[in-house]
Design a binder for this molecule. Structure first.
Ligand code: ADP
Length: 308
């Protein structure tokens, strides 16, 4: 059985239901990807690697992971910290804004749980995914330990997968981000950047420019996303352009890239070709953006995928 680890943060999500009621759920890029992967490829063991707390919201989060059939053996419980949280507000024009409480979240401490025995166990896996958000939220002073862990996993044959997923407000400076991304790209076997993510950082504006920028890193598999525009892939030396059918009824683009990543990686682990994997991933992302929120209802999502 194939397996994949999703390393990073899941948060408590709050949004207004009406004037005096909040709707509570759970979301975060790595969790979203894990959910969509598992819904499409039940045969792939899909683990979340994160830290939560010992509070009741953490218990609910853990229960949610389990209800989505995710493996929770690497979900660590911090003694004092609690999960991060964010609140989504939508104004009268439908514009959404986000307020975060995550600067002291348990997930920032996840690297401290990567003990030698945990790393030995993780070394038996097939793929390890982390994003620019995972990298941004971990404590500054744990980055060196994180890179050592990644090197150990890579040496053991685990494929390292990185999505730059750039969120400026999570970083101290562009220079800091670039230095960390440089290490991430140099250790990656697979990367799934979006053009937009790299525009601010490297003044890159096209899928072709992304591929060109990444050339010196010798990454085996590159998948460049560009919203409803085409997806370009580079597998070894083989470049391919894949047409995306634009969705006209876009409701909420939250987690389009996350759904794409999860389903793409699941398809690759299940032995599908790069182009089949892109088609499935694009279908999944196109379905998710027609539903509000990060996680589309399971029945709606699975029905759309079955029809594809
Ligand atoms: P991110 O969420 O990382 O910014 P993108 O906006 O590039 O990611 O979108 C990720 C994927 O979602 C795209 O590669 C595409 O497959 C799909 N997607 C995004 N927007 C649309 C759209 N309007 N119509 C169809 N598919 C879309």
């Amino acid at each position: 059985m194939k397996n994949i680890y999703f390393f990073g943060e899941c948060m408590v999500e709050l949004r207004a239901k009406n004037d005096d009621m909040l709707h509570q759920s759970f979301a975060g890029d790595i969790y979203n990807s894990a959910v969509y992967l598992k819904r499409c490829f039940n045969e792939v063991t899909t683990s979340v690697v994160t830290a939560i707390g010992k509070d009741s919201l953490s218990a609910q989060m853990l229960a949610r992971f389990e209800s989505e059939q995710l493996d929770t053996q690497y979900v660590f419980a911090h003694d004092e910290k609690v999960p991060g949280m964010y609140y989504i507000e939508t104004d009268e024009h439908g514009e959404r804004s986000f307020t975060y409480w995550r600067s002291d979240a348990a997930a920032k401490k996840v690297v401290s749980f990567l003990t030698p025995s945990v790393l030995d166990s993780l070394s038996k896996g097939d793929m390890f995914f982390f994003s620019g958000i995972s990298l941004a939220i971990i404590d500054n002073d744990s980055r060196e330990q994180f890179w050592q862990a990644i090197k150990q996993l890579k040496d053991a044959g685990v494929k390292i997968v990185f999505d730059p997923n750039y969120r400026a407000r999570l970083w101290q400076s562009v220079e800091q981000t670039k230095a960390q991304y440089d290490i991430a790209f140099s250790l990656s076997d697979v990367t799934l950047p979006g053009v937009e993510d790299l525009t601010t950082l490297y003044d890159i504006h096209s899928v072709e420019a992304v591929v060109e920028y990444l050339k010196p890193y010798n990454i085996q598999e590159i998948i460049v996303k560009n919203g409803p525009e085409s997806v370009i892939t580079k597998e070894g030396e083989e470049l391919q352009s894949h047409t995306i059918i634009p969705v006209t009824n876009v409701v909420d683009t939250t987690s389009a890239g996350d759904a794409f990543n999860g389903v793409y990686l699941g398809a690759r682990l299940a032995g599908r070709s790069v182009s089949d994997a892109v088609q499935m991933a694009a279908k999944a992302a196109g379905t998710v953006i027609q539903q509000p929120g990060a996680i589309a209802p399971k029945d709606v999502f699975c029905q759309a995928m079955a029809n594809a």
